[in-house]
Ligand binder design. Structure first.
Ligand SMILES: Cc1cc2nc3c(=O)[nH]c(=O)nc-3n(C[C@H](O)[C@H](O)[C@H](O)COP(=O)(O)O)c2cc1C
Length: 221
């Protein structure tokens, strides 16, 4: 497929970003929403890892979920900034995000946690993400212990009847509010198209910003 950037470029990049994600999802490939998330520590050292982009909101933020004690979370909470990139090789598209970080509203994280598979919920409870562990089997032992502590009898494939796990307070969502987006479309012979968008986010009000309008410019490939 030859990707297309609309002509003239749209004033708002979100509809194109959402269309690309929808097209990648429609192709049935595994984890079309996999996104490399870059953070930086207090010494300016960057690190990157994949997360799943669980929501792309039209007002211009993306949501992912993680352990609030993980390395990425510590860096996100300290710097309040992140960058992310998605690439769909078969579509010939790259989508780059930069922006400000806020935690998701608790109710939203609760709702997402409730939608997860039982074993994933138990794993969120029992894994101290990013901490060392000697033996992979230890994870299963921790899960069984945690299941007993939480008053759920087993760690099987389905939840015990009538028993639901609440979200642990140390696990939840982040919103990455975009102040920069780049739409990149592959061209023949590396004559790629790049549209770079920027906007001011203003001050955060709880989980929200009231961003200004987008402006855009073309960049050389
Ligand atoms: C395709 C893919 C998707 C992933 N999605 C998530 C995710 O949504 N949340 C998460 O915490 N970790 C996810 N991971 C694991 C992270 O890449 C990473 O190993 C973990 O979050 C710990 O990162 P940290 O130590 O830098 O915090 C995913 C890994 C892969 C390969």
């Amino acid at each position: 497929m030859t990707p297309t950037l609309p002509t003239p470029p749209p004033n708002d990049p979100l509809p194109v970003a959402m269309r690309w994600l929808a097209e990648a999802t429609a192709r049935g490939r595994r984890n079309p929403n996999a996104m490399a998330l870059a953070t930086v520590d207090a010494h300016g050292r960057p690190s990157a890892r994949m997360v799943l982009l669980k929501e792309l909101a039209a007002v211009g933020y993306g949501v992912f979920y993680t352990n609030y004690g993980s390395r990425k979370a510590r860096e996100l909470d300290a710097t309040r900034r992140a960058a992310a990139v998605l690439h769909w090789d078969d579509l010939g598209c790259q989508l780059r995000f930069e922006g400000a970080i806020v935690r998701s509203p608790a109710a939203e994280s609760d709702a997402y946690f409730a939608s997860r598979a039982w074993r994933s919920q138990l794993n969120a409870w029992s894994s101290e993400q990013s901490q060392p562990i000697d033996d992979p089997a230890e994870l299963e032992r921790r899960a069984s212990t945690k299941a007993r502590e939480l008053g759920v009898t087993g760690a099987g494939e389905s939840p015990p009847p009538g028993r639901r796990l609440a979200r642990p307070s140390f696990w939840g969502g982040y919103r990455l509010w975009f102040d920069a987006i780049e739409l990149w479309a592959e061209g023949a012979d590396r004559f790629h198209e790049r549209l770079s968008y920027h906007r001011e986010l203003g001050d955060a009000h709880a989980h929200e910003f009231r961003p200004g309008p987008w402006s855009w410019q073309r960049l050389q490939p």
